[in-house]
Design a protein around this ligand. Structure first.
Ligand SMILES: Nc1ncnc2c1ncn2[C@@H]1O[C@H](COP(=O)(O)OP(=O)(O)OP(=O)(O)O)[C@@H](O)[C@H]1O
Ligand SMILES: [Mg+2]
Length: 477
């Protein structure tokens, strides 16, 4: 019988220290004796056994094995328990590592605060990460771009190949869309095939911002890219959905207003619309404060602009020179006040008029006619009311349904709050969802100016009065 055959089976160890202690005792050695025959200090042996000492080097390990009289298998098993040192990272890679861990992106830093939108962010985060295409749809200035930026920022780290923000706001025509996308991605050839090849199997998020004026070109490009690039995700913003298969549409609403009964400073500042107004007012006038005395007026300003962030910012900029009471009074007179003189940003956002002009210019003639006529309604209206009051001349009664549907599609008419925030496309583009419609405050004021500049106002107002008295009579009977 050989000596090794006489040894009892070695139990399975998970730690180097435990196995070392086992072999030392099996060899009948004390820590001191092992230390002496391996030419090591007893403290080193005891440290290894307790797992406190750093791992033995290759030459020290060889001495240990010889002193313990281990066979090849025991040696291999003990060696396998030596904790591995992390591999040294070559210097160049080590320098690149932090950048690789943090996703590559071209998002710019925003210097002012982001307000509210917790619901949108919570709901959209997982959808953007899984769906091929999510489009944020809503009226001008409602905060689509800002929300997309915030979402994209929160997705950094989820895309191995980067997050790329492409602004199409200044892209003058459809033929330039591919150029803009290619140059943002650093693809030299401005062609769909080149961009498709570049994106290939990359896991990336592409944010395509402000698609409404080049909608067809964006839809064609995205159809091609999303079919060919399985790991690509797109987050688009537009005043109108792209209407391509699989698109998930998220309707971006204005910021929530305070409860109309709220009177105190504490109550109104729970509303994100008020918070944005107050933060931007403080930006131009650090002494601006919300008190119980001005709370109702601030709430009224926010309600007049229907919680649209751009309009809130433009109104807040006026508090540099005007009291909030005056801002409120002047706002009632029309959209003139919402002309920013201090804001940076695109000319499209220098005034509410310019913002709505951008949408208005994209409308067909019949859509422009119906939009200005709808301003005659003070509050909400139904399809039937629109047909009764707004048809005539170049707009036949039978056409009102389709034209109204197009205005809803283009975010100029709002279907009331029952419209779900999330919708999976494609849906029929010409079936107006039925319900109560309304124009957002600034859009109505804009449309009203156009109505008064036309010759139609008096007739339409008379029709509305007749309709209203009809309602009263009907109810009374
Ligand atoms: N949640 C928010 N917090 C802070 N500021 C906001 C928020 N939403 C929008 N804003 C600000 O309101 C202004 C208009 O927002 P944004 O540009 O996102 O609108 P938009 O819907 O993309 O408009 P457009 O249709 O004209 O492109 C911007 O100055 C933006 O920074
Ligand atoms: Mg935008």
């Amino acid at each position: 019988m050989t000596l090794s055959a006489a040894k009892p089976a070695v139990p399975e160890f998970h730690r180097f220290g435990e196995a070392l202690r086992h072999h030392r005792r099996a060899a009948g050695l004390s820590q001191e004796q092992l230390a002496e025959s391996a030419d090591l200090s007893p403290r080193t042996i005891s440290g290894w056994e307790r797992g406190e000492k750093s791992i033995p080097r290759r030459d020290t390990f060889a001495l240990l094995v010889r002193a313990l009289g281990l066979g090849a298998d025991e040696r291999a098993a003990l060696e396998a328990l030596i904790p591995r040192k992390p591999r040294p990272v070559p210097r160049l890679l080590a320098l690149a590592a932090p950048r690789m861990a943090a996703t590559r992106h071209n998002l710019t830093r925003t210097l002012d605060s982001f307000v509210g939108r917790e619901r949108d962010l919570t709901a959209l985060g997982p959808v953007v990460g899984t769906a091929p295409l999510v489009t944020l749809v809503g009226p001008g200035g409602v905060g689509k771009t800002r929300l997309a930026q915030e979402l994209a920022r929160r997705q950094l780290g989820s895309y191995a190949d980067g997050v790329w923000f492409v602004s199409l706001a200044d892209t003058s025509d459809s033929t330039k869309v591919i150029e803009t996308v290619a140059s943002t991605l650093g693809v030299r050839v401005a062609h769909v095939q080149a961009v498709t090849e570049y994106l290939g199997s990359k896991h990336a998020l592409l944010v395509l911002d402000n698609c409404e004026h080049v909608l067809g070109a964006c839809a064609d490009l995205l159809s091609a890219l999303l079919h060919a690039c399985p790991e690509l995700h797109v987050l688009a913003t537009s005043r109108e959905a792209l209407s391509i298969g699989g698109e998930i549409v998220w309707f971006v609403r204005p910021l929530d207003l305070p409860d109309p009964r709220a009177q105190s400073a504490a109550e109104i500042t729970r509303s994100p619309a008020v918070r944005l107004f107050v933060e931007r007012a403080r930006g131009v006038n650090p002494r601006f404060t919300v008190t119980d005395d001005n709370a109702a007026t601030i709430a009224r300003v926010c309600a007049t602009v229907d919680g649209i962030p751009l309009a809130l910012e433009l109104a807040a900029a006026r508090t540099r020179a005007l009291s909030v009471e005056l801002v409120s009074e002047r706002l009632d007179d029309g959209v003139h006040l919402l002309h920013g003189t201090t804001r940076g940003g695109s000319p499209r956002h220098q005034s509410i008029r310019a913002t709505i002009d951008w949408s208005h210019d994209l409308l067909g003639e019949q859509e422009q006619i119906l939009l200005r006529r709808l301003a005659v309604f003070h509050g909400g209206f139904s399809l039937e009311m629109a047909e009764d009051v707004c048809s005539g001349g170049r707009l036949q009664r039978a056409e009102v349904l389709n034209i109204l549907a197009q205005l809803v599609e283009k975010s100029l008419v709002l279907l009331d709050a029952r419209q779900p925030a999330l919708e999976v496309r494609p849906t029929s583009r010409h079936a107006a969802p039925l319900g109560q419609y309304r124009l957002l405050g600034p859009i109505r004021q804009y449309a009203l100016e156009r109505l008064h500049a036309s010759t139609e106002a008096a007739v339409l107002e008379a029709r509305v009065r007749a309709l209203e008295s009809g309602f009263v009579l009907a109810r009374a009977s």
